[in-house]
Design a protein around this ligand. Sequence first.
Ligand SMILES: NC(=O)c1ccc[n+]([C@@H]2O[C@H](COP(=O)([O-])OP(=O)(O)OC[C@H]3O[C@@H](n4cnc5c(N)ncnc54)[C@H](O)[C@@H]3O)[C@@H](O)[C@H]2O)c1
Length: 383
Amino acid sequence: MKEKRIGIIMNGVTGRMGLNQHLVRSVLAIRKQGGVVLADGSRLVPDPMLVGRNAAKLEQIAKEYGMDRWTTDLQGALANPDDSIYFDAQLTTLRAPSVEAAIAAGKHIYCEKPLAVDSAMALRLAGLAKAAGVKHGVVQDKLFLPGMRKLKRLVNSGFFGRILSVRGEFGYWVFEGDWQPAQRPSWNYRKQDDGGIIVDMFCHWRYVLDHTFGRVRAVQCLGSTAIPERVDEQGLRYQCTAEDSAYGTFELDGGIIAQINSSWSVRVYRDELFNLQVDGTLGSAVAGLRECRTQHRVNTPRPVWNPDIENPFRFRENWQEVPDNQTFDNGFKVQWELFLKHVAEDAPFPHDFLEGARGVQLAELGLKSWQERRWLDVPELGV
Ligand SMILES: NC(=O)c1ccc[n+]([C@@H]2O[C@H](COP(=O)([O-])OP(=O)(O)OC[C@H]3O[C@@H](n4cnc5c(N)ncnc54)[C@H](O)[C@@H]3O)[C@@H](O)[C@H]2O)c1
């Protein structure tokens, strides 16, 4: 079978997301399976060029995974016409200038969320990419989680009847860094480094809500910094200037009300790190990262409020598992495959920079709502 090479400049591969999800579990996994099969029967094989600041780290990663292409010179990498895609998983703050340079170099761009730190910049990047005629995309990984895909299947089947409300619970305890190391980078907790859970998570909530239930039309949000001081990667104490918890309420098309709590200072007493409960007139579902359970109206128990007796119900017993009915690959990898096909053969790819800008817009409005203590409408964006 004919093989085609596609060169990808991968910036930020020494980071958590860049290394684990994008390099190892996506691009290298695609290489290992022999590439992506295109409509003409040929195989498109990605060839990564690792970019970063720390030569020693890059060399070590390249060696560990059997690669020979790495550099600390981004401009030099962008100047190579043999690498047609630029990928960015750097710190959020650094993304916009690098993406802009990549657009100027004529590269197709794929990048982590948030696309930029404010919606004006995100829209600017969307406009520049459009004007340059390059393909562009933003990671929307939660849509590709098995649990979310099963939930979408339920929505499409009409299972819920009229969807009434959506309630989400996201989060886990992130250690403070003193008595146990933190499992997230310290910049996440500093406003001056564009950290904060609202910027981080509202981008996700925007596409999850928009694509699964209906467009987000208004937002109300309250943030809080539960842990005011943490210890960083160097063992130094620092002030947490960004919020680590956010309580958001969203109005969606169709009168659907969604509430999502996001927190890095909550202990998990649920089945998964993220749960979304959907209640509709005909049935309800609870979806997580991998699982999805339903309760049809005919299986709904009839509780009566009476705290004086032992609870007679085992509420979880009236729920049914939604079967996989298909094989779910890693969500990041699935989206990479779609983007590669989009670049190579113009296959549809709805997760573009405008979508990325919508996520940034919701985060921005969430922050504003918190600051001004009021509901805000979410205007339509366009470029
Ligand atoms: N899709 C998701 O679910 C998800 C989850 C977490 C993070 N992210 C996003 O991924 C991006 C990276 O997050 P992470 O958690 O991997 O962070 P990280 O701190 O682990 O990695 C950041 C990367 O940026 C590089 N970097 C740091 N400072 C730099 C500087 N001054 N100049 C150049 N490069 C620098 C680091 O070397 C590293 O490669 C962020 O934009 C974040 O919002 C997405």
